[in-house]
Ligand binder design. Structure first.
Ligand code: HXC
Length: 258
């Protein structure tokens, strides 16, 4: 897949998507969002060839420094709504992609960049990464899901502090409040993200897919319904040869072939 503002690479069952507008610190304009949309649509269709995904930014300074401010500046309310709706579609595609998505946050993750990171399933960050929702400095609110996903991820009080103040936090603070899973020196970030992506890619792909569905959809349910839903998905695993292979391999003391 060839794009102008993103780079798509694929090897050994892992897809790597790099937001590539380094001159604008990888800010998301309409074209970049449209390219992400078509790239993710292709990835979603290729569950046989792609088992895990990494999203990162190009360069060593920025993951994504937000939605593109020069693109947004002249918009009217209808234009703002169209742009936010497109961003929401892309974030939902990331969140609901059949394959797990790791954000390798290699620098600034601000505004729409933080929203992209929190739409991913797992976040690894470099030690120079900075997080924030600075929209209130620009006279707007987050528009790619920040007011919704951030409180769900880190809790309402901590999210409110970031959302209302627009302040930036460093990666150590982000790790402390559960905004990122782990922090690595910049030069190790991609290697560690690839290791995790490879580990996920080596597991039963159908089971991994159902795990993601169970967590994502279950989080929207009360506990009893969520557990009933999990039971149904667990049962579904037994309709797949993957379950036979996984359990037989264990009993035969060999590695499973998924
Ligand atoms: C457009 C951006 C940009 C952005 C940086 N650039 N962020 N362009 N949109 N979000 C551009 C700068 O204009 C500059 O271009 C170049 O990238 C380098 O940035 P500098 O500011 O010179 O770098 P530095 O001094 O190191 O500061 C880095 C920074 C700062 C702290 C990240 O760039 C910054 O505050 N950026 C804006 C962050 C932000 O507010 N994001 C939220 C956007 S609102 P030139 O051409 O001058 O070299 C949002 C809403 C989402 O995301 C929902 C929408 C519906």
């Amino acid at each position: 897949m060839a794009f102008e503002n993103i780079v798509f690479e694929q090897s050994d069952g892992i897809a790597k998507i790099t937001i590539n507008r380094p001159k604008a610190l990888n800010a998301l304009n309409k074209q970049t969002l449209l390219e992400l949309q078509s790239c993710l649509a292709e990835v979603a269709l290729n569950t046989a060839g792609i088992r895990s995904v990494i999203i990162t930014g190009s360069g060593e300074k920025s993951f994504v420094a937000g939605a593109d401010i020069s693109y947004m500046q002249p918009l009217d309310p209808a234009g703002g709504k169209t742009f936010a709706s497109l961003g929401h579609k892309v974030m939902a595609m990331v969140e609901n992609l059949p394959q797990p998505v790791i954000a390798a946050v290699n620098g600034f993750a601000l505004g729409g960049g933080c929203e992209l990171a929190i739409s991913c399933d797992i976040r690894y960050a470099s030690d120079n990464a900075k997080f924030g929702q600075p929209e209130v400095n620009l006279g707007v609110i987050p528009g790619f899901g920040g007011t919704q996903r951030l409180p769900r991820l880190i809790g309402k009080g901590l999210a409110n502090e970031l959302l209302f103040s627009g302040k930036m936090i460093d990666s150590a603070e982000a790790e402390r409040i559960g905004l990122v899973n782990r922090v690595y020196p910049q030069e190790q970030l991609m290697e560690e993200s690839m290791k995790l992506a490879a580990m996920i890619a080596s597991r039963g792909p159908g089971a991994v897919r159902l795990c993601k569905e169970s967590v994502n959809n279950g989080m929207e349910m009360d506990l009893n319904r969520g557990c009933a839903y999990e039971t149904d998905l667990f049962a579904l695993c037994f309709a797949d040869e993957e379950q036979q292979e996984g359990m037989s391999a264990f009993l035969e003391k060999r590695s499973p072939k998924f």
